[in-house]
Design a protein around this ligand. Structure first.
Ligand code: ADP
Ligand code: ADP
Length: 229
């Protein structure tokens, strides 16, 4: 389960300025599609539309053949996991932040997810580093660490569909590689849409879609797109 289809999707925030002008692509269940393109091309808009933060003006978005307009906001959120570029955390423990959305999860499950995302040692800390239980002051979580919290939350949620907004932000190479490895782990076996900023990070995607001027300018595997250059 988890097939995603965009069928001739047209969308504009402002009617005078169309952002997507007939975008169609399929993400078969369990496969990964990467969306690349210049800044402002509408990549993040695609993720917002999948969550139905906005309604499209023409076309359809389907999950497992069902129009998302016929799906409740609740089941839509249960079906899709999001690892955003900039994770905003609640001012509560990292454990609380990981558990958010899955309050039924046991401490052990939360801890396991934290370990997999390599955020285990922070579990009792607050995002600003204050260790609530012990009352000792720690380090403020870095951008990369916050993103790991989002990854741990997604591991725990285990949604069939995953939406990744790849970081462009100031992560050092080492952190970026670690995060990439954690993301690879979460996306295994799930339908994944990656909003990518560089072609080099999506080598393993089953399909890469190049968005330009509101339309799909090119599509193919990493290798086939490189050959065209
Ligand atoms: P990308 O992710 O490819 O950089 P976005 O999807 O964020 O592009 O944005 C596409 C275009 O839509 C941009 O020109 C942006 O300024 C505009 N845009 C994004 N969000 C809004 C909004 N809430 N209202 C109006 N215009 C927006
Ligand atoms: P809440 O359930 O508390 O209202 P949010 O509305 O912040 O939470 O987010 C619900 C889900 O949608 C989260 O997985 C979040 O990462 C994702 N999300 C929030 N804002 C956006 C956005 N602008 N684009 C794509 N996904 C988003």
């Amino acid at each position: 389960a988890g097939k995603v289809e965009f069928r001739d999707v047209h969308f504009a925030y402002d009617p005078a300025r169309p952002i997507l002008k007939g975008v169609s692509f399929d993400v078969p269940a369990g496969k990964t599609v990467a969306i690349v393109g210049p800044s402002g091309a509408g990549k993040s808009t695609i993720s917002r539309l999948l969550f139905r933060f906005y309604d499209i003006q023409q076309g359809a978005i389907l999950i497992d053949g069902q129009d998302i307009r016929d799906v409740t906001q609740e089941s839509l959120r249960a079906a899709i996991g999001m690892v955003p570029q900039d994770t905003v955390l609640f001012n509560d423990t990292i454990a609380y932040n990981i558990r958010y959305g899955r309050t039924d999860a046991s401490d052990e499950e939360v801890f396991k997810a934290a370990e997999l995302a390599q955020i285990g040692p922070f579990i009792e800390h607050l995002p600003d580093g204050y260790k609530a239980m012990v009352g000792e002051r720690g380090l403020k979580l870095s951008g990369g660490e916050k993103q790991r919290v989002a990854i741990a939350r997604t591991i725990l949620k285990a949604p069939p569909i995953l939406m990744l907004d790849e970081a462009t932000s100031a992560l050092d190479t080492h952190t970026e590689q670690e995060i990439q490895a954690a993301l690879d782990l979460v996306s295994r076996g799930r339908t994944t849409i990656v909003i990518a900023h560089r072609l080099s990070t999506v080598i393993t995607a089953d399909e890469i879609i190049v968005l330009k001027g509101g339309q799909i300018a090119e599509r193919g595997t990493h290798l086939s797109l490189l050959r065209k250059d």
